[in-house]
Design a binder for this molecule. Structure first.
Ligand code: SIN
Ligand code: CO
Length: 394
């Protein structure tokens, strides 16, 4: 269950979520010594290198002094890649490791003071001494958890798309870093960085850093995707109309009242709470690797039997779930977002929706009350069918 907003949180160095969100989130960096005391990484450099050999996994290596300066190589890699790397100055970065390692996904439990649908993934980097991806900025918030070894983190100026970059075909490395602070992070230490703050992490020893990154659609993405979504529901005959317009005195002139009609048309279509919620919920729950959602057909009878036999279901780490309330014509209902889709659910099932969203373990004990409810049990079977819930144990 979530903490009250004003409880001091260890993961935030003893400040509350309320203070963190007010003073730091999206505003300024925060260094948190021993955010996770005695942290021991469940993963080693070799495990990460192993993942980078997989076709499904997005991985990169940045070599500061490669065939070209700051050479970028894309995975999947093979054993030869690793045997040919120098002793210093390279970094392996693997995206969305939380999707492949439940132990890594567990770290997200510490961030329950933020909406789950804002979390993007846990990217993990492994670097040898001197390894760095260069000074840069990102357009999203990030918590950088030091998992192994030591890394120096320097922070600098706030940047934007006008900030000068080195000429590089793939990497956005800043041409100019105005350092304001510098810290050496040890295992368990964590650094929060707001979007667009210049930063530069340099490995002191062999080290591993976990980046808990957040999703924030760009305004351009919101505007274009939402407009496309709304347009799907608009028939061709819905058009700009100007019944009762006043006679024009100059036929070449666009008058303020013409624009006013346009504004009314746009706001009528775009400013719709139900459409906004539906699009946003679907967009923010789009899974990164939909191919990893592999379902199984299970009838209600089979589900009951499996649960009776001690089966435990959990949320597939690829599935992204969220819910909200929605106002229908005559009543309030819930809307459940499941990996880019949405469905209306009866209000009496909101407790189940919360259970499903946070589901670490669904078993006969906590599912029993729902198995005799037709809507709830259909939902459970469908979530299993499309792979959002998977059986981990019997
Ligand atoms: C890294 O872990 O080396 C880079 C992470 C970042 O700066 O975003
Ligand atoms: Co960064």
């Amino acid at each position: 269950m979530s903490n009250p907003l004003n409880t001091p949180l260890e993961i935030l160095g003893g400040i509350s979520a309320e203070v963190f969100l007010r003073d730091y989130w999206q505003k300024k960096p925060l260094l948190i010594r021993q955010a996770i005391a005695n942290f021991e990484s469940p993963l080693e450099g070799n495990d990460l290198a192993g993942l980078s050999l997989e076709e499904m996994v997005e991985s990169r290596i940045v070599l500061e002094h490669g065939e070209t300066p700051w050479q970028l190589k894309h995975g999947p890699f093979d054993d030869d890649t690793y045997s040919s790397l120098p002793e210093r100055d390279w970094t392996l970065l693997v995206q969305a490791v939380d999707q492949f390692s439940p132990e890594v996904a567990e770290v997200l439990e510490h961030f329950q003071f933020l909406p789950n649908w804002r979390i993007d993934d846990v990217m993990i980097s492994f670097a040898v001494p001197g390894g760095s991806v260069g000074p840069h900025y990102d357009n999203y918030d990030v918590f950088l958890l030091q998992a192994e070894g030591q890394r120096t983190w320097k922070v600098g100026q706030m940047c934007n798309s006008e900030s000068p970059l080195l000429a590089h075909p793939d990497l956005r490395i800043l041409d100019g870093f105005e350092q304001t602070d510098e810290w050496v992070l040890e295992p368990g230490d964590m650094l929060y960085l707001p979007p667009r703050l210049a930063h530069w992490g340099i490995a002191q020893t062999e080290c591993m850093t976990w980046s808990i990154g957040f999703r924030a659609p760009s305004t351009a993405e919101v505007v274009t995707h939402y407009a496309d979504f709304v347009a799907r529901f608009l028939p061709d005959e819905e058009r700009y109309t100007d019944a009762n317009m006043s006679p024009v005195s100059n036929p070449n002139y666009i008058r303020p009242e013409d624009i006013q009609r346009l504004r009314a048309l746009i706001s009528e279509q775009l400013d719709d709470d139900r459409m906004l919620l539906t699009w946003f919920g679907q967009h923010m729950t789009e899974p990164r690797y939909p191919d990893l959602l592999v379902g199984s057909d299970l009838s209600l009878e089979q589900l009951k039997e499996t649960l009776d036999n001690g089966a435990v279901f959990t949320r597939n780490p690829t599935a992204r779930l969220a819910w909200s309330h929605i106002q229908l014509d005559t009543e309030q209902a819930a809307v459940f977002f499941v990996s880019g889709n949405s469905r209306i659910i009866s209000e009496h099932l909101v407790v189940l929706l919360d259970l499903l969203c946070s589901a670490d373990a669904l078993y006969s004990g906590n599912l029993q009350p729902w198995l005799n409810d037709a809507e709830a049990s259909t939902l459970l079977c469908e979530l299993i069918k499309q792979g959002s819930l998977e059986c981990i144990d019997e």
